[in-house]
Design a binder for this molecule. Structure first.
Ligand SMILES: C[S@@+](CC[C@H](N)C(=O)[O-])C[C@H]1O[C@@H](n2cnc3c(N)ncnc32)[C@H](O)[C@@H]1O
Length: 262
């Protein structure tokens, strides 16, 4: 089953509907509530309303809103406002403040901008994007948001670029393991995890999006999972079992992994 690369929120919805049968729900593709940026769940909507009440801190908010509109129009998979604000809160709360952050999967720079506004000017953010057109658009928006001195976009395949980076990072945000990219490959997902852990500083934090793979991690059919979820499932289990990681999935949107490396 091909699903467009858009967002889904299922967890808060089914949590609040006791009669709801999750298994039936995920087994029925047409029932998947695929939503570009948000969900119809009233509690998610309430959380977004509270976000919207925030005093506008800077013109960066206008850039982010513009990027959300373009992402919805052009079907660019960005993390969206709620997860952007969560990423911001997690990174802003870190002490000492991170000085170097790595992102895998820039798209148009939306999540990189959320991270940049969470840290001071002394923090550099390196973000890797395979698609040259997206990398170019990211550079445009990063400049517009005023963070061109803080964020460097590297255009290329993360598997080629990661081994060339001689630095270790205090925070890494992985936003590429999903079925649209290499969801079918357990080997690639685990290889990427190894590369990322190698680049993660001791006591560093690894964040990873799409732990639920649009709900498909639950989509078992006679004991078999759909192919496109194999990569994320292997990645999830490797993270969960890793002896040097303390990890938890925050069940917002498509599931956000937070792992602290001992
Ligand atoms: C979900 S999007 C990233 C969204 C972005 N983090 C945001 O929220 O604004 C994933 C991006 O990863 C890129 N990508 C996929 N495979 C990649 C790879 N092997 N190396 C680098 N980038 C890759 C895709 O082109 C896509 O733009």
């Amino acid at each position: 089953m091909f699903l467009p690369d858009v967002f889904v929120i299922i967890i808060p919805w089914y949590r609040n509907h006791n009669h709801f049968n999750l298994k039936e729900f995920v087994m029925s593709p047409q029932a998947l509530p695929i939503v570009p940026q948000s969900s119809d769940d009233p509690l998610v909507k309430y959380a977004e309303t509270m976000l919207a009440l925030r005093a506008k801190a800077s013109p960066v908010d206008d850039v982010l809103v513009e990027m959300e509109e373009i992402a919805a129009r052009d079907n660019i998979p960005i993390i969206g406002h709620l997860e952007g604000a969560i990423l911001h809160a997690i990174i802003a709360a870190r002490r000492p403040q991170p000085t170097c952050i790595l992102e895998i999967g820039t798209a148009t720079g939306y999540s990189a901008i959320w991270m940049a506004r969470a840290v001071g000017a002394a923090c550099s953010i390196t973000s890797i994007e395979i698609d040259p057109e997206r990398a170019k658009r990211a550079q445009h928006f990063i400049k517009k948001a005023g963070y061109e001195d803080r964020i460097t976009v590297l255009n290329g395949n993360a598997f080629d670029i990661l081994p060339t980076l001689d630095q270790r990072f205090e925070v890494i945000f992985q936003d590429v393991i999903k079925h649209a990219f290499f969801g079918e490959s357990e080997r690639l997902a685990l290889e990427l995890l190894d590369l990322l852990l190698d680049k993660l500083a001791d006591n560093g934090m690894l964040l990873g999006d799409n732990a639920f793979c649009m709900g498909e991690v639950l989509h078992e059919n006679g004991g078999k999972l759909p192919k496109q979820v194999l990569g994320i499932k292997a990645y999830n289990e490797a993270i969960a079992r890793h002896p040097r990681l303390d990890s938890v999935i925050i069940p917002v949107r498509d599931g956000l992994w937070i792992s602290n490396k001992r």
